[in-house]
Ligand binder design. Sequence first.
Ligand code: FES
Length: 203
Amino acid sequence: MSESVTIGKKSREDQTAGEHGKCMLNRRQFLMYSGATAATASTVSLTLFPGTAKAAQAKARVVGYPRKLVGKLSEMKDNVPAVINYPDDGKNSMATMVKTGVKCGGGVGAQRDLVAFSALCTHQGGPLLGRYRVVDEHRIMGSCPLHLSTYDVTRHGIIISGQAYESLPQVLLELDGDDIYAVGMMGLIYGRNQNLMSDTTES
Ligand code: FES
């Protein structure tokens, strides 16, 4: 995983984020907010009921996001979206991956322009597949067919307009050579009460 280049007290990514607006996170912040971990799962020891007769050591399993191969960089064309599923193949896991041709918050690749977002509107789950648009220098997801929300994919999916009040969940991507991996998620997928679960509930 690449690290920021440090210049004085500020990294280059921090400086760029400042130039593009305060809503763009650098990669370290992105990882922190997404809760993504390199390991799929790890086991930790803890003491239950400390200081009592019932005190006992127990093992707890901490599960992180899966590292999932979702595509090849060489097969991605600018502004031609691909459909992926993450973090699993269950309900509401569809996401749109797109190489925008412009630098994006959380983007990977030489231009930091490859990003992915949930394909469900955060308002009431309207379908956003096939609704990626280029308007001048802007890269937009939407409008949602139900109530017209639109999202800015260059700035972590923040709302541009419409009824939604939460950003579009962003899939954290990494590159390993030509392979594109999804490794985490920032934001809650519509219709789930947590992202990492096998059975999902429509709200
Ligand atoms: S469901 Fe998308 S704006 Fe309402």
